[in-house]
Design a protein around this ligand. Sequence first.
Ligand code: NAG
Ligand code: NAG
Ligand code: NAG
Ligand code: NAG
Ligand code: NAG
Length: 435
Amino acid sequence: MRIKYTISIVFFVALVIIEKENNIISRVSDKLTLKQTPQTPLQLSGFSHILLKHNGSSTSLSKMDPAFLQMKQRLENYSEHQEVMTRARKHILLLATTRTGSSFVGEFFNQQGDNMFYLFEPLWHVEKMLTLETGGTNATAAAKAYRDVLKQLFLCDFSLLESFLDPLPVDHITTALFRRESSSSLCEESVCSPFIKGVFERYHCRTRRCGPLNLTMASESCLQKEHRAIKSVRVRQLETLRPLVEDPRLDVKFIQLVRDPRAVLASRMVAFAAKYKNWKQWAMGGDVPIDDEEVRKLKGNCDNIRMSAEIGLRQPLWLRGRYMLVRYEDIARFPMRKATEMYRFTGIPFTPQVKSWILKNTQASKETSGVYSTQKNSSQQVEKWRFSLPFKIAQVVQKVCGPTLKLFGYKFVSSEEMLTDKSVSLIEDKVFNFL
Ligand SMILES: *[C@@H]1O[C@H](CO)[C@@H](O)[C@H](O)[C@H]1NC(C)=O
Ligand SMILES: *[C@@H]1O[C@H](CO)[C@@H](O)[C@H](O)[C@H]1NC(C)=O
Ligand SMILES: *[C@@H]1O[C@H](CO)[C@@H](O)[C@H](O)[C@H]1NC(C)=O
Ligand SMILES: *[C@@H]1O[C@H](CO)[C@@H](O)[C@H](O)[C@H]1NC(C)=O
Ligand SMILES: *[C@@H]1O[C@H](CO)[C@@H](O)[C@H](O)[C@H]1NC(C)=O
């Protein structure tokens, strides 16, 4: 009688334990099913000690109850999951337009270290080929090509990109990849085939000299890396990239980099003087024909940037947690702070390597000393364009890019005096991301 009583108490306790752990498991399962592609490592570490505790003391219990054995196995399975999840691969796409500081921001990821595979403007080849073949007029076809190439590259597959290289690679070997040396991943030892003196002199690949690029080697190296990042100034509409998000093999995060369109135009007029000669003429004298092709192009660019940002900021379900907007002006003024935010957004550790690169290449060290004048001075640097862009050109930009200026928090100028008044910043403080 007494023995029977004791046994039932033991059994009851065992049931309570099992019940408790089942609850934990089902809570974990809920989390797992809610987040189809887990973005943050789940805090499962607590389970390993539960497992250990039961491993020793409850052997007889597990023999007694097959359900317990099964539960134990499930727990073990989840701790294996944990490993996979903490190592979850991220795919970062840095979206920008020319003269917005995207090469600089790309370095934030290029400098990350051994676990990042970074590509600099791979779509350059796609745009070039499409422009040659079709005049580049079919935006739908271009968007599709960009999307498909990006998707493959995020999966370390270079085959589609290869078809856009000119000359076409032979045996996956190329000397034609645009700015290979801008990707430290493509200059690593494992991707650096022997350099033949006198034949490929131009292949100064960062710290070493490499022979032609073997894309099979690049692909193998890419597969070894934990994270992947691509910078591109060619994608027009964020929405065209939706299939990337929906691909279960990818965990894509978009960072859209924007800049005051007036500053961008001022910068382009210097950097691409030939292409912008009409603007230079208008700047020097005469009226700007508002229905000119160039002005329409400017408006088109502004609209694309704005529409992409509007979708991102609206946070539709497919983009939730996957979109971040960053202003060039904020990066220029607070590089370390913005880089930290960007890394937090991506879920990739912000390495000391990146930090020291930023320190070396900016005046970010002063940022932390809280010197107000530093910020003011940087603002002046960032707003230097105000002294090179004539007021009437600024007016044209404001006219065709008004909604874009407004969305990103760039103040309109109403007179020549205001444009060149150093005491008035045209950059409003603005917070865009609700993470
Ligand atoms: C659990 O016990 C089994 C057999 O008693 C042993 O082989 C195993 O290593 C133990 N596991 C842990 C995590 O202690
Ligand atoms: C644990 O994982 C193994 C292999 O992945 C699987 O065969 C088994 O059914 C899983 N067990 C439970 C209880 O989920
Ligand atoms: C543009 O490209 C799309 C997709 O490839 C195609 O369906 C369409 O016919 C093309 N339009 C023109 C005008 O060539
Ligand atoms: C390119 O690299 C792959 C993988 O390492 C290798 O098998 C192949 O032989 C290389 N191709 C050439 C032409 O060296
Ligand atoms: C701002 O910084 C530049 C160097 O970046 C320096 O030459 C200039 O004197 C500074 N201006 C002010 C007002 O501190």
